[in-house]
Design a protein around this ligand. Sequence first.
Ligand SMILES: NC(=O)c1ccc[n+]([C@@H]2O[C@H](COP(=O)([O-])OP(=O)(O)OC[C@H]3O[C@@H](n4cnc5c(N)ncnc54)[C@H](O)[C@@H]3O)[C@@H](O)[C@H]2O)c1
Length: 294
Amino acid sequence: MAEIQSIAVIGAGTMGNGIAQVSAMSGLDVTLVDTQDSFIQRGMDNVKTSLARFVKAQKLTQAQADAAVARIRTSTSLSDAVKDADIIVEVVPEKIDLKQAVFQQIARAAKPDAVLATNTSQLSITAIASAIDRPQDVIGTHFFNPPVMMKLVEVVRGLQTSDRALGVALALAKKLGKEAAVCKRDTVGFITTRAAAALRLECLRMLEEGVASMEDIDRAIRLGFNHPMGPIELTDFNGLDVALFNAMSLRDAYGERFNPPQSLVTRVKAGQLGRKTGAGWYDYTDPKAPKPTQ
Ligand SMILES: NC(=O)c1ccc[n+]([C@@H]2O[C@H](COP(=O)([O-])OP(=O)(O)OC[C@H]3O[C@@H](n4cnc5c(N)ncnc54)[C@H](O)[C@@H]3O)[C@@H](O)[C@H]2O)c1
């Protein structure tokens, strides 16, 4: 492949529509796929709202924003969408069975030289690749939320990933104006998910031990380490169920240092999953002024 010109993005949710947008803004021909027209519509509405913000901030002209929208074709047919793409990025929910099934569909329809990427945050690239007969073409391209703003793409090699696929993934990151960090070994949580979990779990343990209030723990990490959000408020933002699943997978891989704190388990049982349910560690009855729930 001379240069990447086209990308198919499978899944138009939180991450998928952002990856489609940044790809279109970088001049790629994009096909954005989801299972229902309404999901695609929601994704495209997000893209248009985000582009309008760029125009308002004078970072894009209206003509550039319109051109980006025009570069995104949408489809509910995965096989049709991937057939001409140089690279395909799978961005469906974090479930191994679903991702393997989607990769089987992709592998049946993609060009022989297409690179098949997954945006998984922590699942094994090798396990996803094991579902198809061309594992050498499979690689992790882990974008961050929101993809239009966040600079990093964590590129993760599976056991059988070829140097060619790695090269194409790095070229994609560059084309999109991102910086890549390569995780050389396919290990649970890669670099970033594993490191973020260690910080989050230690902060939750400090909270359980009464070392400091949740507001002070969040303030300390935010201001002391220049993080945009503290780990406890970030857990509310991403979902406590996601944090629990994440901790359990890391515990299975690395042992008890990733044991989920009891307070996290209890809140998930109570359905207090964070912003999406109105309460997690903080209460969002007034979303502009969240209050600690303990
Ligand atoms: N949300 C984040 O902050 C974040 C950050 C980094 C990585 N990730 C990873 O990105 C992936 C997607 O996460 P998300 O937050 O965008 O999820 P999401 O639930 O917002 O979006 C997933 C989309 O995939 C669609 N989908 C489901 N099955 C499909 C299929 N068979 N074909 C086509 N589309 C299908 C769904 O309808 C949905 O629109 C996950 O692997 C997640 O771990 C998420």
